[in-house]
Design a protein around this ligand. Structure first.
Ligand code: NAD
Length: 247
């Protein structure tokens, strides 16, 4: 049987990029997956790829919808908080609304999702929560990622606190910190820079010591490990997967 056989996993932002690759990896490993996103069409095409993937529209900025989904579709053994938003700029480019939006999508969402799944996990004495942080966080200062870096550092604090509170009750909580990964939203950010698109891609690639970007599947492999019982001795940890960027 598979590495996740018998597990029920909830994933946010599963429509594209790392979340989508993870939904597929979890399903292929035998999990029953509840894949959520705001993009209904992306969810439909994902559901068509694997019979063990059920989908629900979920905007992670809506706490009542989060509660309703967990009540209707839980209990969950695994929660992968993948949704995140990248605001570009220094502190001087960041207005109140961008700062607030960054925290609402990247941090408040995890507060509400963790809080929603934890009671069932504690009652059953098992669970694995995986939170998407980034190397751009408390690990590394990255230019023009002021609000983003602050939120992803907060994700690490939130993760370690939850891990610490429930370490003796069967619930684990770990963070994943990718470097630059080739996903649809990265394409948007490259295009938003304007000018020569090929040259802009080259700039992203040049800051990679390995000479290439990461693939979503390479992050999904780590999420799969953290979701599985192979990582049963691992909690409150920060897992860097960045092609050597922060080294
Ligand atoms: P992506 O941006 O390519 O896809 C994001 C998905 O999120 C889309 O399907 C979109 O519809 C969905 N989404 C957007 N707002 C949402 C909301 N409010 N509620 C639910 N879903 C929503 O994804 P990605 O680049 O794989 O990023 C996923 C996570 O990984 C993010 O938290 C991001 O910060 C983090 N991350 C990405 C990289 C990278 O280089 N791509 C690096 C480090 C960390």
């Amino acid at each position: 049987s598979g590495r996740l056989t018998g597990k029920h996993a909830l994933i946010t932002a599963a429509g594209a990029g790392i979340g989508r690759a993870t939904a597929l990896a979890f399903a292929q490993a035998g999990a029953k997956v509840c894949a959520t996103d705001i993009d209904g069409e992306a969810l439909d095409s994902l559901a068509a790829e694997h019979a063990s993937i059920a989908t629900s529209k979920l905007d992670v900025t809506r706490p009542d919808d989060i509660k309703a989904l967990v009540q209707a579709s839980g209990p969950f053994d695994v929660l992968f908080n993948c949704a995140g938003f990248v605001h570009a700029g220094t502190i001087l480019d960041t207005d109140d609304a961008s700062w607030r939006r960054s925290f609402t999508i990247n941090v408040d969402s995890m507060f509400h999702l963790c809080k929603a799944v934890l009671p069932d996990m504690l009652e059953r004495g098992k669970g694995s929560i995986i939170n998407m942080s980034s190397v751009a966080s408390s690990i590394k200062g990255v230019p023009n990622r002021f609000a983003y870096g602050a939120t992803k550092a907060a994700v690490i604090g939130l993760t370690r606190s939850i891990a610490s509170d429930f370490v003796a009750r069967g619930v684990r909580c770990n963070a994943i910190c990718p470097g630059t990964v080739k996903t649809p939203s990265l394409g948007d950010r490259v295009r938003a820079l304007g000018g020569d698109e090929a040259a802009n891609w080259q700039r992203f690639i040049e800051r990679q010591p390995m000479g290439r970007l990461g693939e979503p599947e390479e992050i999904a492999a780590l999420a799969l490990y953290l979701a599985s019982d192979e990582s049963a001795f691992t909690t409150g940890t920060v897992h860097v997967v960045d092609g050597g960027w922060s080294n």
